[in-house]
Design a protein around this ligand. Structure first.
Ligand SMILES: C=C(O[C@H]1C=CC=C(C(=O)O)[C@@H]1O)C(=O)O
Ligand SMILES: [Mg+2]
Length: 471
């Protein structure tokens, strides 16, 4: 149990209120309580009436850490293409120093934290599709329901302003708590029916693969990741509670995330960590190179073995390992990584997987490492600059936040970022799904096309649409 008694809460709010009245500046008081366990989707559902448009979800692959957030206590955003990581870093640091009340110690993953992300390429001409997702945006959710290793917490992030009284804040938090933690709410379980499926220019996409392999053969770059879009329409509005509920159940080896921005929601089940920081330790993942799952254990094993020795896939993977190790090495005192990839299996696909960990040098931060790594050659290419320019020129797609860093961070600078793949942007009864493939000299457009079809499956399955049969 955590010691945050009513009288302690009252006193902390009173001190913050006195400060606010004296200086005219607000203070953020984060109230954390132990609560009963419930489904994070129930929390999101409960928050829908008041906080529709501002809801968030995050869950680790082993579900050892999950949070659902609703409402917004503070926003950090920038359109500064070149300095977006530093802008967010600076504003969060300043807010932390000036506004957050630090007399409370929070269990990991609770209390004041920011959640959000970046766009893939701030220099690509953006379209209307992603107009709710700027090149960087993070928020402190007003209320969080967090489960850490089976213990559930409720966090209320209260911005204490000069013009309001402490008892009003207490009343508001009590009311919100009652409404949001009502575990008797049953999330709707209606299943939506897909009424239209539209692949965006598949033939032109295959031609861009040829363009890429020719450029690679001319030594313009070593690898590039090219993505395409599948637009699907359903008979009814898509619900983020239902989709994330399915993703969490169906994709036990993937992160599940959702970021709602008004009527739009970007969500998915990504298997790929970009970087996680716990104190001075950092953990990254090289995930690239793919093959389908087998129809039974035996075939699955054969396919896995094939992937582990397939030259084209090993090149795809090695380019990522090389870059991530180099980048981590620069920012770390030491790094450690196995010399051969292992298999990473998700429900629909298996990948080559190499973890990299290290101890971060004192003068670096989680966000500086996110910037240094993004995009890795699993999402962009190698070398970074030429491959991103190639994507900007030839890819017929506004990636928005797809394949970009999505994550959360606490007041100590700990947190985790993943890359937003196996994902889609949902709006009302429509969803744009995205999938890309690492292209190297020997890539064949038809098999890469098939690979993207497999990569659409996690989202298609969660949305209730027919998945692509790969057997
Ligand atoms: C870019 C995607 O996947 C990346 C991650 C793992 C394997 C990949 C591959 O084998 O091509 C991709 O690099 C995507 O799913 O949209
Ligand atoms: Mg591939």
């Amino acid at each position: 149990m955590i010691a945050m008694t009513e009288s302690f809460i009252q006193k902390t709010l009173q001190d913050a209120s006195d400060f606010a009245k004296e200086t005219g500046m607000p203070k953020l008081v984060s109230i954390v309580k132990d609560v009963h366990k419930m489904s994070p989707q129930t929390f999101l559902m409960n928050g829908k009436r008041v906080y529709n448009g501002d809801r968030f979800l995050w869950s680790n692959p082993d579900r050892s850490y999950t949070f659902a957030g609703v409402g917004v206590s503070h926003i950090f955003t920038t359109d500064n293409a070149d300095g977006r990581f530093q802008d967010i870093e600076r504003e969060w640091k300043r807010f932390n120093e000036q506004t957050v009340v630090h007399s409370i110690s929070y269990p990991y993953g609770t209390g004041p934290l920011i959640v959000g992300g970046f766009s893939f390429d701030p220099n690509k001409q953006s379209t209307n599709l992603w107009n709710k997702f700027p090149s960087a945006k993070f928020v402190i959710p007003a209320f969080l329901y967090t489960v850490v290793n089976d213990q559930a917490y409720f966090t209320a992030n209260v911005m204490v302003h000069p013009h309001k009284e402490v008892h009003d804040y207490i009343k508001e938090v009590e009311e919100a708590e009652k409404m949001l933690l009502n575990f008797t709410t049953i999330p709707e379980k209606s299943s939506s029916i897909m009424v239209n499926r539209h692949e965006i220019e598949p033939d032109k996409w295959k031609k861009t693969i040829q363009k890429a392999t020719s450029a690679i053969k001319r030594d313009e770059f070593e690898k590039v990741v090219l993505a395409r879009e599948l637009r699907v329409t359903f008979d009814q509005e898509l619900q983020l509670e239902q989709i994330t509920d399915r993703l969490m159940a169906e994709q036990p080896t993937s992160y599940v995330f959702a970021i709602e921005q008004g009527e739009n929601c970007f969500l998915g089940a990504s298997p790929e960590r970009l970087v996680k920081k716990v104190k001075d330790k950092v953990y990254s993942t090289c995930l690239a190179g793919s093959i389908r799952r087998g129809k039974d254990e035996e075939e699955d094993g054969v396919l896995g073995k094939e992937l582990l020795t397939d030259e084209k896939n090993l090149i795809e993977h090695d380019v990522v390992v090389h870059m991530i190790k180099e980048a981590m090495n620069e920012y770390c005192e030491w790094i450690e990584s196995p010399s051969h990839p292992a298999l990473y299996k998700t429900k629909h696909i298996q990948h080559l997987y190499t973890p990299v960990e290290g101890e971060m040098k004192k003068d670096h931060t989680l966000l500086s490492l996110v910037e240094h790594l993004h995009p890795t050659p699993a999402l962009g290419g190698y070398p970074k600059r030429t491959s991103v320019e190639f994507i900007r020129d030839v890819e017929r797609l506004d990636r928005g936040w797809y394949a970009a860093p999505i994550g959360w961070m606490d007041v100590e600078g700990n947190g985790e970022f993943i890359v937003g793949i196996r994902s889609g942007l949902v709006k009302k009864n429509e969803a744009s799904l995205f999938a890309g493939c690492g292209i190297v000299a020997d890539s064949d457009p038809e098999s890469e096309y098939e690979e993207t079809n497999i990569k659409f499956n996690p989202m298609l399955s969660a949305l209730g649409g027919a998945t692509h049969d790969t057997h």
